[in-house]
Design a protein around this ligand. Structure first.
Ligand code: FES
Length: 108
């Protein structure tokens, strides 16, 4: 069985208001909710040092607050310039009332 890391209560993320998550041993993450589905990505923009949780979340798109580039939160793919490098994504796992991700395998 896969070990899970709980990120935040599901209720903490709502559409348009993603929840940032800073836990020891993990990169800064952000949890999004879209029509009852949850998505998790890295929180730091691949173009600069901005936190995407401070940006504009609309459906499956997160727009960076610094230069306005954007990403698809499902795949991490960049959608608009200046973003060119995909964002890392994680499978969001519902664990009771929490949103979790699988713990990284040892050595990764
Ligand atoms: S830092 Fe995010 S678009 Fe430039």
């Amino acid at each position: 069985m896969t070990d899970l890391i709980r990120l935040c209560p599901a209720a903490a993320a709502s559409e348009g208001q993603p929840q940032d998550v800073d836990l020891p041993g993990l990169p800064p993450l952000v949890v999004y909710e879209v029509e009852g589905a949850y998505f998790v990505t890295d929180n730091i923009c691949t173009h600069g040092k901005a936190r995407l949780s401070d940006g504009y979340h609309d459906g499956f798109v997160i727009e960076c607050p610094l230069h306005g580039g954007s990403f698809d939160i499902r795949s991490g793919a960049p959608k608009t310039a200046p973003c060119q490098i995909a964002l890392r994504t994680y499978e969001a796992i519902i664990d009771g009332d929490w949103i979790a991700i699988a713990a990284p395998a040892p050595g990764r």
